[in-house]
Design a protein around this ligand. Sequence first.
Ligand code: FAD
Length: 471
Amino acid sequence: MTAPILCWLRRDLRLADNRLLCAAAETGRPLIAVFILDPETEAIGAAPKWRLERGLAAFAATLQGIGSRLILRRGPALAVLRDLIAETGADTVWWHRLYDGASVARDRAVKSALTEAGITAQSFAGHVLFEPWQVETGAGGPYRVYGPFWRAVRGRPVGASLRAPGGLTPPATWPESDALEAWRLGVGMSRGARVVAKHARIGEAAAQARLDAFLRGPVDDYARLRDFPGAAATSGLSENLTYGEISPRQVWNAGLAAQAAGAPGAEVFLRELAWREFSYHLLYHFPEIETRNWRAEWDAFPWRGDNADAEAWRRGQTGEPLVDAAMRELFVTGTMHNRARMIAASYLTKHLLTDWRVGLAWFAQCLIDWDPAANAMGWQWVAGSGPDAAPYFRVFNPEAQAEKFDKSGEYRRKFLHEGQADPPEPALDFLAAAPRSWHLSRGDAAPVRRIAPVEGRARALAAYHAGRGES
Ligand code: FAD
């Protein structure tokens, strides 16, 4: 029983409630934690890759703090695992399940090849609360609508979160590891890295601190304020959940405890976490949601491909102040408030008639909380092409949204330098982070509007009716 266990880490960079590490610690057997930079991981966007590097550095330090190590290797996962098995004599490989199409295909192939070679290959739950195949409608099969999904999962037990293991048994000899810096994961970020770094909260301790801070105060007003982009009213935990620096079960259990203690916004917070679950439920059962219209009737819609308006949208230069503020928030912080995401996505797909996949791809480049399931569901939901989507004719009017959710203009002033004698730091950081080729500077006049909100709505609805063969 002295052969090491290989724990193949992916989106689970934590000690607490890490079922692999906790189970390995319980066996007392030597454990080797490995992160593999495989082609699937190499393919992620610039900002998530940069953030991954920071997360790996933090977790390597955490493991070192308890006398263990994070081994880094690059190459196709199966080949790397085979090499490590040969080098270390490991007879067991464990990992937490992921649910996107590419990961499911890779993991299945790895499992069958290792099993055939006599290795114990086992996957664990942990990235979501509810395994997608364990939540079924009364008639059988997956849910397509959030409301019934929520009612199905809300009272389900999830078990207690596991305490971090105090120590992990090291192998007799450590296998070699790549140097993290040699992977140059941050290279695509260019000037943005320094600016986004101010906003990132990296690692397990930071994630826990974020959760604690949220539950100490903002949760009380969460239901009332969560839609206001200028208010610091949400948890910010998406950044940590996506790399597994905190588990959904830790957050869920803490939310339940707050609810039991009478925190007014806790129920709404739990409902939002369940949206994350729903997005994984959809992604697992309908993996094409990342790339194809979920509703086939949308295939005939005359979406515009990439175009000059979309480029103005990416640069925060549409001339629609709330949309531009949202896009600059993305560039400066690597995240975007949920309401701002909906408004920016609606503007691109409806006012600018641009294919939701153009927006999805830009978010995937820029978000440090990029998540394949939430991003795909969010875009299809707003575009109107997804399951349980907002109907296409629900076109957000960015002016009306600004009046309702940013009445004082605080959020717009934070990110738009134009017209301000003394712009605040985030607005200036946008100028510092933007590529030089965008030719932006402090004295810029406000960009000219691409299309008036009312006209854009009428144009979107006309395209919608024409696409359906209606006059
Ligand atoms: P809180 O309000 O504190 O909510 C707590 C947690 O619940 C979040 O951390 C998140 O895990 C989950 N959650 C909340 N709202 C949603 C939602 N609508 N869908 C799924 N999960 C949710 N979220 C991502 O994590 N990654 C993405 O790539 C992503 N892309 C999106 C794209 C679009 C077009 C839209 C409309 C939404 C997208 N979302 C995405 C969902 C949502 O905007 C973020 O999860 C939220 O803004 C994160 O902020 P928070 O952690 O402060 O959330």
